[in-house]
Design a binder for this molecule. Structure first.
Ligand SMILES: NC(=O)c1ccc[n+]([C@@H]2O[C@H](COP(=O)([O-])OP(=O)(O)OC[C@H]3O[C@@H](n4cnc5c(N)ncnc54)[C@H](O)[C@@H]3O)[C@@H](O)[C@H]2O)c1
Length: 351
């Protein structure tokens, strides 16, 4: 798919632009020649990437709270985006336990506001709401969740994403199918890695902080398995989905999984070993600790996206870690700027 043809000169709004995935997506869209409108929030836990990619010099960032419908609405109406990628969220499971009300409010009301403003607009044609692989009800199966599987969630973060999914579905059923003016989709991906993530309590930032300060990497759950993927893979899926929705809103509205290939769940221990190998040195220490509940062995079934969108993940887990560590190592050693290496990794991916 030729992204340049689709996104060049198009008006694209990205919420959560100051976050990890959002900053990568904004840079990618900027490379494609899109006119990007960015919404972020302050204080922002994952604060550095948007600025270290120099995106503030290329894209006007609007700091607002997506729970504030009035402000969000006037910003969207003023700028009239044709595409919206809604990524803004409280995305951390641990913070969900600490602040359930806030997590529910941002993840559900924020999504509802975006849907409602888009529905009433005459200009939004392609709306993608990013939720999570955690939106499914745990069934302890290792087969992989299909888009039609039951939604659920034990912890507040997962529940908030499942609730957002229900809201999205009602908008598709009630408005998309009847009016066919706007394409609405939800995108479900799993744990991502890549350069520049600064979020607290995420595996890669923790590993890199220890490697940079030459401290032992402390592993609390070495055998915890997750379907890790490089951030570029699901972002590629979001961009493809955005393009398909733009062309044919009716056909492509709905839920889409952007996970890894079958049987690719990988343990935390393996990720750390790959990271140490690519960094060149490093030590680890296992300090077992009972963790809060988080679904393990969670895998997505990606057959629908593969068959209909012709999307598939490109990087194996060893390559994802390699690219991620290459990013941090080169930036840490001042060999390349965060902007240049991110751009390079995006352009290499598109080749
Ligand atoms: N990173 C992952 O591994 C992962 C996995 C599955 C799903 N997701 C989902 O992907 C999306 C992006 O995640 P991320 O890793 O980039 O998170 P992040 O924490 O790096 O970014 C979150 C973004 O949301 C913004 N935000 C938070 N509250 C806001 C509010 N009230 N108003 C406006 N903006 C607000 C923040 O400013 C930031 O820009 C989220 O929806 C998340 O749930 C992420």
């Amino acid at each position: 798919m030729n992204f340049y043809k689709i996104y060049q000169n198009k008006k694209v709004l990205v919420t959560g632009a100051t976050g990890f995935k959002g900053a990568w997506l904004c840079l990618w869209l900027h490379i494609l020649g899109a006119r990007v409108y960015a919404v972020g929030y302050s204080p922002n836990k994952n604060k550095n990437l948007f600025y270290s990619l120099n995106l503030h010099k290329k894209i006007k960032i609007n700091i607002l709270d997506i729970r504030d419908k009035k402000k969000l609405s006037s910003y969207i109406i003023k700028n009239k985006p044709q595409f919206i990628f809604h990524l803004a969220a409280q995305p951390l499971i641990l913070d969900g336990y600490k602040e359930p009300y806030k997590t529910y409010a941002i993840n559900t009301l924020g999504t509802l506001n975006i849907l409602e403003i888009s529905r009433k607009s005459k200009f939004v044609r392609s709306l993608i709401c990013v939720t999570s692989d955690k939106c499914y009800e745990s069934n302890f199966s290792t087969k992989g969740f299909k888009e039609t599987d039951r939604l659920g969630g034990v912890d507040p973060y997962s529940g908030s994403k499942a609730a957002a999914e229900i809201i999205i579905k009602t908008y598709i059923e009630s408005y998309q199918k009847k009016q066919n003016l706007i394409g609405i989709a939800s995108a479900r991906a799993g744990n991502v890695m890549g350069g520049g993530d600064q979020s607290p309590n995420r595996l890669i930032p923790d590993i890199v902080n220890s490697l940079q300060s030459k401290k032992k990497i402390i592993l609390r759950n070495p055998n915890f398995n997750r379907p890790w993927q490089h951030v570029i893979d699901p972002l590629n899926g979001y961009l493809m989905l955005g393009a398909y929705l733009y062309k044919n809103p009716k056909k492509f509205s709905g839920a889409w999984n952007f996970g890894t290939e079958k049987n690719t769940v990988t343990s935390v221990l393996t990720i750390v070993k790959y990271a140490i190998k690519n960094w060149g040195y490093g030590q680890l220490k296992i300090k077992k600790q009972k963790k809060f509940y988080e679904q393990t062995n969670l895998q997505l079934n990606i057959e629908k996206s593969k068959k209909i969108l012709k999307w598939k993940p490109k990087y194996k887990i060893s390559e994802s870690v390699k690219l991620t560590i290459e990013w941090y190592k080169n930036v840490f050693n001042n060999k390349i700027s965060p902007e240049d290496i991110t751009k390079k990794q995006i352009l290499d991916y598109m080749k």
